[in-house]
Design a protein around this ligand. Structure first.
Ligand SMILES: *Cc1c(COP(=O)(O)O)cnc(C)c1O
Length: 413
């Protein structure tokens, strides 16, 4: 059998068989519309509410604070755009006029939001959209490990700041942000706090009360659930506008017939992730560290990107000097090893990673990164095979690199 090693779990995960099993009856048996008053409609509604309860319980929220969406991207868009509109009178479709936030029109208007340079594009591109609409955005820098500086965050807050949006953990380098401290600062200044927890949810314990999070995005397919379903946690009493207008679903805030099988699958995946979290992440952390240690020890001129310990249990990200990242990926693929250069959105494009650039890596090195993200099913044997292949491929690529030859010649013997 051909070798197949999947190490791209930050891009997406395999839907777990028990999740699929939980979903199946909701396709052709209990297919009723959750708004229906007849038996199978009620069955759907109960299933949706059951998932809502499970998910709420995993983050210390109330069920009525969980709104199902079509994934992480939608949740991020909703949080940012609706927060802007709430404080600023931003109107959808008004972006061309640049008058969404009429300065001085209302002295209560707030038009400043703070985010970071290393967010997922679902946040960054939404910020760019909001900037065209007259919102002012501060993009916080990060240190060499990809962590924001709290004093810079505090200094960036203005009287008209309405939102701080900082991701829980980064999808490329796995770095975990000081969420508790950010929550504290946000609360102190009366600014809303949104976090994109798409990578963190299911891997790290999260309590929205303890961490003082007001808005939080998550997505099922990053934790062995189905694709196309996510949630936005919205703190109670927060009068965030509806994202989709239409029916009365999701308490009138996100119209559209519920994706019942998807939501059921998300609930099941969330339950499994919560139940297995401690043991699973301890095991993955061990394998991750084994992988990192071997690569750094056995392949010279290699650096680990992201913080050594404050990182997701399943994430390793390396840069290999004198070895082009894209070629490395293609050659790994020929060996049946699925890896990534960082984010699904930048692979295939020639742009270096915006995350690595923000961390201060020079452009040539930011091009050459390799992200390996493990799952509960990853074995030590797979790691061994992968390290060996990377070592061989990097050696071959360097053997063809004039820069490497040059560099070697200049090393004093
Ligand atoms: C995958 C990802 C998203 C997008 O989620 P989708 O459900 O794929 O839309 C957003 N933010 C982060 C950090 C992610 O890793």
């Amino acid at each position: 059998m051909d070798q197949f090693i999947y190490l791209d779990n930050a891009a997406t995960t395999k839907t777990s068989p028990t999740v699929v099993e939980a979903m199946l009856p909701y396709f052709s048996e209990y297919y009723g519309n959750a708004s229906g008053i007849y038996g199978i409609g009620v069955k759907s509604r109960e299933a949706v509410n059951h998932s809502r309860e499970i998910i709420a319980s995993t983050i210390g929220a109330r069920p009525e604070e969980i709104y199902f969406t079509a994934g992480g991207t939608e949740s991020d868009n909703w949080a940012l755009k609706a927060a802007a509109e709430m404080f600023c009178g931003v109107r959808a479709g008004g972006e061309a006029s640049g008058t969404l936030c009429r300065a001085g029109a209302e002295n209560t208007a707030k038009k400043h939001l703070i985010t970071t340079r290393i967010e997922h594009h679902a946040v960054l591109h939404t910020c760019e959209y909001l900037e065209k609409a007259g919102i002012e955005v501060t993009y916080l820098n990060v240190d060499e490990n990809g962590i924001i500086r709290l004093d810079e965050l505090e200094q960036a807050i203005r009287p008209d700041t309405f939102l701080i949006s900082v991701m829980f953990a980064n999808n490329e380098v796995g770095t975990i942000q000081p969420i508790r401290e950010i929550g504290k600062i946000a609360r102190k200044y009366g600014v809303l706090f949104h976090t994109d927890a798409v990578q963190a949810y299911g891997q790290l314990p999260i309590d929205v009360e303890e961490l003082q999070i007001d808005l939080m995005s998550a997505s099922a397919h990053k934790l062995n659930g189905p694709k196309g379903v996510g949630f936005l946690y919205i703190r109670r009493n927060l009068r965030l506008r509806s994202f989709l207008h239409g029916g009365a679903q999701e308490r009138h805030r996100r119209a559209g017939t519920e994706n019942v099988p998807g939501i059921v699958g998300f609930g099941q995946a969330a339950k499994e992730a919560a139940e297995t979290m401690e043991e699973r992440t301890a095991r993955e952390t061990g394998l991750r560290d084994y992988l990192i240690d071997r690569v750094l020890k056995e392949i010279p001129y290699t650096r680990l990107n992201g913080h050594r310990t404050r990182r997701l249990p399943n994430n390793a990200n390396f840069s290999f000097q004198f070895a082009e990242g894209e070629t490395l990926l293609i050659m790994l693929d020929m060996e049946g090893i699925c890896a990534s250069s960082g984010s699904a959105c930048t692979s295939g494009s020639l742009d270096p990673s915006h995350v690595l650039l923000a961390m201060g890596l020079p452009e040539d090195i930011a091009h050459g990164s390799l992200r390996l993200t493990l799952s509960a099913e990853t074995t030590r044997e797979e790691i061994d095979i992968t390290v060996e292949k990377i070592r061989q491929i990097v050696e071959r690529l360097r053997g063809m690199s004039p820069q490497y030859e040059d560099f070697r010649r200049r090393i004093p013997r």
